[in-house]
Design a protein around this ligand. Structure first.
Ligand SMILES: Cc1cc2nc3c(=O)[nH]c(=O)nc-3n(C[C@H](O)[C@H](O)[C@H](O)COP(=O)(O)OP(=O)(O)OC[C@H]3O[C@@H](n4cnc5c(N)ncnc54)[C@H](O)[C@@H]3O)c2cc1C
Length: 569
């Protein structure tokens, strides 16, 4: 029964950065991850990470304040403004820290870190390592955790929080390689479990981005914030939805419809292909709906041919490989078929700027959390930034809280009963007389989310979507485990996590249905205008154990720096 002062759930960028910071502050910290940290979704990030370093000659007078302004405008004014400024101010030292730890950023001839333009940004401020930025950042941090000999429990699947007297005191995890459940006791837990992209069909997210960590916090009574804001990336590969990075457009790529027209001129005449993602994705979808997709089909072209083979080899080599291997198209010679795909969860576990949640002892950082700096629409390059900035802050805060406690918390009450309870739940799942196919239910949910809560939303479609989700929850009760072996039981993992996924999906759906306005990624055809009077506020969804939709509460957005304006690009 392993005991540590602090448990970090997740070995992506946010979790690793949090663990490093907590250990530097002097606490005994361990990381639990269902995959090797180097295989976390962070490693798939391509385009880059934002910081106002002002290295690019076109961005020499960039500043954290300008970065904050772009972030807040990009968020359609739903970001908490002091939090956004905190992130953009911490960004500069955060990038230099990664550089000092050896991250191989692309560089200018004078040795400074290169910066490329990205959507919605007034200055070229996206630092990158070719188109493998996430991979480079992630492996830099993996090395740092090895160097510090931070304890890592790899291929352990966390399935519940241990909560004693309202304080989070650890987790229960399934040992994937050996079988069995264990209680990990601690004085604090940081959730860094990534996004919930897999609740949708057509997503750029990896298999493990299921929102499981958010669901555990939610089931334990912690609210999820702003879940209705879901980012659809403009350029997923048409057949597999694999991401073609925004860096393609940052380097000068065009979007073309069936007539060969750069249609963004109609929607964002100044920013063109570098408008923010919500606007660009909707523009593509509008072209498709109005019959200007390629050959009348539901995709358009991302054209990189004019950039030339040399530039593609230097700046976008991985993107070219992905297009060749997964779409059969070589971008040096042919335009790439693309369509919008689910990409990012703006919402998540409600936290402050130090990762603290409503529950003492429970923290969150990275994509599973909601600080909130992205508001209704995240700018490209701000998410990698969020992981290293708020990962660090959460690690520091958890360590300070643990070391600063006047009285020790005392032993954890559960003497194995919490773990035993999970085991008996599993036994029940295995013994059920099941008539439903669990995997079919899961696919139905993902399709329903994309169809009913996609790029354009309206009341009737969303109401029908909520009904589908509630029905799926009922049907889930009749699904049983197919495989009952103790080792590597992925069937059990998928079943356990699905109960969380469907609740996370319902939080998204319920928040979206009630919000009668259009803001950022939440675009309604029946309420097309932003309504600051009624809706300049955050949604908080509280889980209802009776199986119904969540209870929704609202809280004001923290303003103070920039007055909300109309968003034009
Ligand atoms: C294809 C793609 C490209 C992207 N490109 C960019 C980009 O260029 N710039 C940018 O800013 N953002 C980008 N993003 C977004 C960004 O990469 C992510 O938001 C960010 O990396 C998330 O990091 P994280 O640490 O929060 O979670 P992740 O990296 O997703 O890590 C989650 C971790 O949690 C663990 N975990 C989850 N559940 C459990 C459980 N139940 N038990 C145990 N362990 C668990 C996993 O094993 C994993 O280690 C991209 C995203 C995608 C999908």
């Amino acid at each position: 029964m392993p005991d540590h002062q602090l448990i970090v759930v997740g070995g992506g960028l946010a979790g690793l950065r949090a663990a490093i910071e907590a250990q530097e502050e002097g606490v005994d910290v361990a990381i639990l991850s269902q995959v090797h940290p180097g295989r976390s979704h962070s490693g798939a990030a391509q385009g880059g990470v934002n910081a106002a370093l002002a290295n690019n000659p076109d961005g020499h007078d960039d500043s954290p304040e300008k970065h904050a302004f772009d972030t807040i405008k990009g968020s359609d004014y739903l970001a908490d403004q002091p939090a956004a400024l905190q992130m953009t101010t911490d960004a500069v030292p955060a990038i230099y820290q990664m550089e000092h730890w050896g991250c191989p950023f692309s560089r200018y001839d004078d040795g400074r870190i290169s910066q490329r333009p990205f959507g919605g940004a007034g200055y070229p401020r996206t630092c990158y390592g070719a188109d493998k930025t996430g991979h480079y950042l992630l492996h830099t941090l993996v090395e740092q955790t090895y160097r510090r000999q931070i304890r890592q429990y790899i291929e352990w699947f966390v399935c519940r929080l241990i909560v004693d007297d309202g304080i989070c005191r650890g987790v229960i995890a399934y040992n994937m390689t050996k079988g069995g459940f264990e209680e990990f006791r601690a004085e604090g837990v940081i959730m860094a479990t990534g996004g919930a992209g897999r609740t949708f069909a057509k997503t750029t997210n990896s298999m493990i981005s299921t929102g499981g960590g958010a669901a555990m916090a939610y089931h334990a009574g912690v609210p999820l914030k702003d879940m209705e804001f879901v980012q659809f990336h403009p350029t997923g590969l048409y057949t597999t939805h694999i991401l073609m990075t925004e860096g393609c457009r940052g380097e000068g790529g065009y979007l073309l419809n069936k007539d060969g027209e750069r249609f963004m001129a109609r929607y964002a005449p100044k920013a063109m292909e570098l408008a923010p993602r919500d606007i660009t994705a909707r523009s593509i979808q509008t072209e498709i709906i109005e019959g200007r997709g390629i050959d009348g089909k539901d995709y358009v072209y991302l054209d990189l041919r004019h950039l030339g083979a040399e530039k593609l080899a230097d700046r976008l080599p991985g993107t070219r490989d992905l297009a060749i291997h997964f779409e059969g198209v070589d971008p040096v010679y042919e335009p790439i078929p693309i369509a919008p795909a689910q990409h990012y969860s703006m919402g998540g576990i409600d936290t402050d700027v130090d990762g603290r949640t409503l529950m003492p002892g429970l923290y969150a950082a990275g994509e599973c959390g909601c600080v909130t700096v992205h508001g209704a629409n995240r700018l490209g390059g701000n998410s990698l930034l969020e992981t290293i900035v708020f990962g660090r802050r959460a690690g520091a805060a958890a360590a300070r809280d643990i070391l600063g406690r006047e009285r020790p918390l005392g032993p954890v009450k559960s003497g194995g009963e919490a773990g035993a309870a999970v085991e008996s739940t599993i036994a029940e799942l295995a013994a059920r007389e099941g008539s439903e196919d669990f995997y079919a239910i899961r696919e139905e949910m993902r399709e329903a989310m994309f169809a009913h809560f996609g790029l354009f939303r309206d009341e009737a479609t969303m109401k029908a979507g909520v009904d589908i989700l509630l029905d799926l929850k009922q049907r889930l009760k009749k699904a049983k485990l197919r495989y009952t072996g103790s080792v590597w039981n992925l069937d059990m993992i998928r079943t356990m996590e699905f109960e969380g996924m469907v609740d996370v999906a319902l939080a998204t759906a319920s928040g979206a249905l009630v919000r009668t306005e259009s803001r950022g990624s939440h675009a309604r055809t029946d309420y097309t205008a932003r309504d600051d009077e009624r809706w300049l506020r955050h949604t908080l969804a509280y889980y209802q154990p009776d199986g119904g939709p969540p209870r929704l509460e609202y809280e004001p957005v923290e303003l103070g720096l920039y007055e909300p304006q109309e968003r034009k690009y």
